[in-house]
Design a protein around this ligand. Sequence first.
Ligand code: 5GP
Ligand code: ZN
Length: 141
Amino acid sequence: MLRDDCIFCRIAAGEIPSETVYEDEYFKAILDLAPAAKGHTLILPKAHYQDVTELEEPHASRVLPLAAKIGQAMKKGLGCDGFNLLQNNGEAAGQTVFHFHMHVIPRVADETEALLVWEPGSASKEEMAETGSRIREGFAE
Ligand code: 5GP
Ligand code: ZN
């Protein structure tokens, strides 16, 4: 279901114009208004899911193959050398539009600045065992 109060629902439905690079019955892929790189694309399902934890069929199994297809089209069409797939879930993770979307960001060799940079941290064996067990516990109903 699409929602009137959601900007990406309205873009996916074609009510708000966008530069569309791909469209099928399940998705619309549009250029990001504030691109991290030329060609930065957002894949929007034509159904409202807040984030990946809500994502269901028929979109769930199709979004990753579509991202690969768009990345290949970028390599051919834009001549980029690679691309990043990025997908934010929750405000703490940088999500600003709460309609699931996948970023596809073209990358050019020599433009080496990483988009996602973190200082490699450290964790002891004991800490990793404790962290691992807490995540495994999270699978419990
Ligand atoms: P998020 O931070 O939620 O993962 O990404 C939201 C993205 O949507 C941002 O990169 C932002 O530039 C883009 N964006 C927000 N509003 C619009 C819009 O109305 N049209 C387009 N094309 N992109 C938008
Ligand atoms: Zn929506």
